[in-house]
Design a protein around this ligand. Structure first.
Ligand code: SAM
Length: 277
């Protein structure tokens, strides 16, 4: 895509960004994913995205949740999508491979951007999916470039939701759709760490759905739909604790999140909105 603003013009990586990137990019993720393919009898040089069995999708519900989000956001053949906080690229490859979208992922974590790019080449999707290292708070794109923006399990790391949604709105065309699927705060305070997105409160900012929708409203985004998927979240975490989850998960973090779900403190929530005007 030609309308990318070079990283040098879009602001430097700050200390907070480095803490987030250090949390996620602890090394060896690509090798772990390639061994999964090899162990299942596949060729790690060339394989279908499904060979990763959703372990490259770092959110509750994995590929099933991504399909639901895509359907609710109206993502289909030819939709130009920005995947904000694209992680290992599993969501972007899913939206391209299963829905026919063209996707540009942006993520702070250099190791994840490199792994996402590598996996996308190996799965033959490089013609429709690409990745750039950058911040959700300073997206490296010109205005009104995308039909849809997805933010999946990223907002928990971002204190300044106003700025995140202002940036998402800026890069969406008028009428473009924003789909957010995050773990949100339903009551009380989060006191027990680690959680899957942070080992300490310094980089953890879960907020209530109302805080999200207020920030969206300020950014010129009108909310169309909100859905909580707590039962599915609990079931997914129970399965993940038995070895069926995304790559690289910390059992203590998963257990703490499960307890917070059961206590009604946190829950997975989807919010869909569109850019007005
Ligand atoms: C839990 S992972 C989710 C990845 C992906 N959305 C998925 O569902 O597979 C969160 C990702 O958000 C990225 N992230 C956190 N804060 C960010 C920010 N301010 N800008 C860009 N990416 C960010 C992290 O580097 C990490 O890759």
């Amino acid at each position: 895509m030609s309308n990318i603003v070079p990283a040098a013009l879009s602001g430097g990586i700050m200390e907070y960004d480095e803490s987030v990137a250090a949390h996620y990019g602890s090394g060896g993720t690509l090798e772990r994913l390639l061994s999964l393919v090899r162990d299942a009898g596949g060729d790690p040089e060339h394989f279908a995205p499904a060979a990763l069995r959703g372990t490259d999708q770092l959110h509750i519900g994995g590929p099933a949740a991504t399909s639901r989000v895509a359907e609710r956001a109206g993502i289909g053949p030819g939709t130009r999508v920005v995947d904000i906080g694209s992680g290992l690229g599993g969501v972007a490859r899913h939206l391209a491979g299963d829905c026919g979208a063209t996707v540009h992922g942006v993520d702070l974590t250099a190791e994840f951007v490199a792994a996402a790019t590598d996996l996308t080449q190996r799965t033959g999707l490089a013609g429709s999916v690409e990745f750039t290292q950058g911040s959700a708070l300073d997206l490296p794109f010109t205005d009104a470039l995308f039909d849809a923006a997805v933010v999946i399990h990223v907002g928990m790391n971002i204190r300044d939701k106003d700025r995140m949604f202002a940036e998402a709105a800026r890069v969406l065309r008028p009428g473009g759709v924003l789909a957010v699927y995050d773990v949100m705060l339903l009551g009380g305070d989060v006191e027990v760490y680690p959680l899957p997105w942070a080992t300490t409160p310094q980089t953890s900012f879960p907020q209530p759905p109302l805080a999200y929708s207020d920030s969206m409203g300020q950014a010129g985004l009108e909310v169309d739909r909100e859905a909580k998927t707590l039962a599915e979240g609990i079931e997914f975490l129970e399965r993940a604790l038995n070895g069926g989850g995304p790559v690289g998960l910390d059992r203590a973090a998963l257990g703490n999140l499960l307890e917070a779900f059961r206590a009604g403190l946190l829950a997975p929530v989807e919010i869909y909105a569109h850019r007005v005007g």
